[in-house]
Write a protein that binds this ligand. Structure first.
Ligand code: AMP
Ligand code: FES
Ligand code: ZN
Ligand code: ZN
Length: 311
C-alpha cells in the first residue's frame, strides 16, 4: 500500500476517495478536508473567536487540534453531565488536552451549577437519557457562546454522525429536523452561529488523526447511549458503505445540495423569550428551565438505575 501523494509506505486507506496516505499526507488530507468544509459553507474566518464544545472524545479533540493547526482561535467548553465515571474520565481527557497545549477550557457542571445530572433528568422527565442530555447540552452551549461573545459554536459532529442523523430523520420524515440539519446554522433569534467543520471526515479518520497526532481521547462510548437508535442507523450505513464506498458521503452531501432547502425550519420564526433565563422559548419557560425545574427537585438517580429501565 503506497501513499497516493509521495509513494512512501501508506498507513491508511480511504476507500471512498480511492486513496492511501502516509502519516504526513493523511494529516494534510484531514486539514484540507476541514479547510474545504469551512470555506465551502462559510463557517468561520481566522479573525473570529470560536468556542468548541469538547467532550473528551476523538472528534471534538481532533477538531480543536485541527482548527489550531489551520490558524483559528478556539477556546474549549466542557459540560460535566454527571454520568458517573464516564463523565469524570471524559472531563480529565478534555482538561489534559487543554493543559498540555496551554489552551483555554471553560467548564460547566450540571450538578453543582444547576442541581441535577443527566441520569436524574432522565428519570425526572421520563425521557430517554439522550433526550434530556441533548437538550441540556444545546442550551448550555448556546448560552456559553453568547455570554462569552464568541462568533460561533463548533461541535465535533463527523460524517458518520450526520449521515446517521439524516437517515433517522428521513426514515420518519421529521421535516423540522431535516430543515435544521445543516453544517452551518446562522446566528439568529437568540441562538449563536453553529458550525460542524468535521462533516467531510469519517469517524475512522478522526480516530486515526488522534492516534497519529498523539492525542489521548476517551474511547468508551457513553454508557447511557448503548442500544440507542442512532447506533443502529450507523451500523446500517456502515453495511451500505462496505458494499459501496462513498455511500455515506453521497447520501449526506446530495441531501445538502438537492433537498435541504426544501424543508422549512419552524425555529426560523422568532420565538418568545423564557421568563426565567431569557433564552428563546416556545412557551413561558424554555425546555432547559423546565428540565431544571423537574430534575433539581428530584432525588439523585444513579446511572445504573436509568440504564436498567431503558434496556
Ligand atoms: P454527541 O451528541 O455525544 O454525539 O456529541 C456531539 C458533539 O457535542 C461532540 O462532538 C462535542 O462537540 C459536543 N459534546 C458532546 N458531549 C459534550 C460535553 N459533555 N461537553 C461539551 N461538548 C460536548
Ligand atoms: Fe448524553 Fe450519553 S452523552 S446521554
Ligand atoms: Zn505521503
Ligand atoms: Zn429558560
Amino acid at each position: 500500500m503506497k501513499c497516493k501523494v509521495c509513494r512512501g509506505p501508506a498507513v491508511i486507506d480511504i476507500r471512498r476517495h480511492n486513496a492511501n496516505f502516509c502519516a504526513d499526507h493523511f494529516l494534510k488530507y484531514c486539514r484540507d478536508q476541514v479547510s474545504k468544509a469551512i470555506h465551502e459553507f462559510k463557517m468561520a474566518t481566522p479573525d473570529e473567536r470560536l468556542l468548541i464544545a469538547v467532550s473528551g472524545g476523538k472528534d471534538s479533540l481532533a477538531i480543536w487540534d485541527l482548527l489550531g493547526e489551520l490558524g483559528y482561535q478556539a477556546d474549549g467548553l466542557y459540560v460535566g453531565l454527571g454520568i458517573g465515571e464516564y463523565s469524570e474520565t471524559s472531563g480529565r481527557y478534555a482538561r489534559d488536552f487543554a493543559d498540555k497545549r496551554d489552551l483555554k477550557l471553560l467548564e460547566i457542571d450540571l450538578r453543582s451549577e444547576y442541581g441535577y445530572d443527566v441520569p436524574t433528568a432522565s428519570a425526572a422527565t421520563r425521557r430517554v437519557p439522550c433526550s434530556a442530555c441533548g437538550m441540556s447540552k444545546r442550551h448550555l452551549f448556546d448560552k456559553a457562546a453568547l455570554d462569552g461573545g464568541y462568533d460561533a459554536l463548533v461541535t465535533g459532529h463527523n460524517l458518520d454522525d450526520e449521515a446517521a442523523v439524516l437517515y433517522g430523520n428521513v426514515l420518519r420524515w421529521q421535516t423540522d429536523y431535516l430543515a435544521r440539519q445543516r453544517p452551518v446554522l446562522p446566528e439568529r433569534n437568540g441562538f449563536p452561529r453553529k458550525v460542524k467543520p468535521l462533516i467531510r471526515l469519517s469517524e475512522r479518520e478522526t480516530a486515526a488523526y488522534c492516534v497519529l497526532r498523539g492525542i489521548d481521547y476517551l474511547v468508551e462510548e457513553c454508557p447511557m447511549a448503548a442500544g440507542n437508535k442512532h447506533l443502529a442507523f450507523k451500523e446500517s450505513l456502515n453495511a451500505a458503505e462496505q458494499q459501496s464506498p462513498g455511500t455515506k458521503h453521497d447520501f449526506y452531501f446530495s441531501f445538502l445540495r438537492k433537498a435541504a432547502d426544501k424543508f422549512i425550519d419552524p425555529e426560523a420564526e422568532p420565538l418568545g423569550v423564557c421568563e426565567r433565563c431569557g433564552a428563546p422559548a416556545g412557551s413561558e419557560l424554555c425546555s432547559f428551565c423546565r428540565i431544571v425545574e423537574k430534575a433539581s427537585n428530584h432525588e439523585p438517580v444513579p446511572v445504573e438505575l436509568v440504564n436498567r429501565k431503558y434496556r
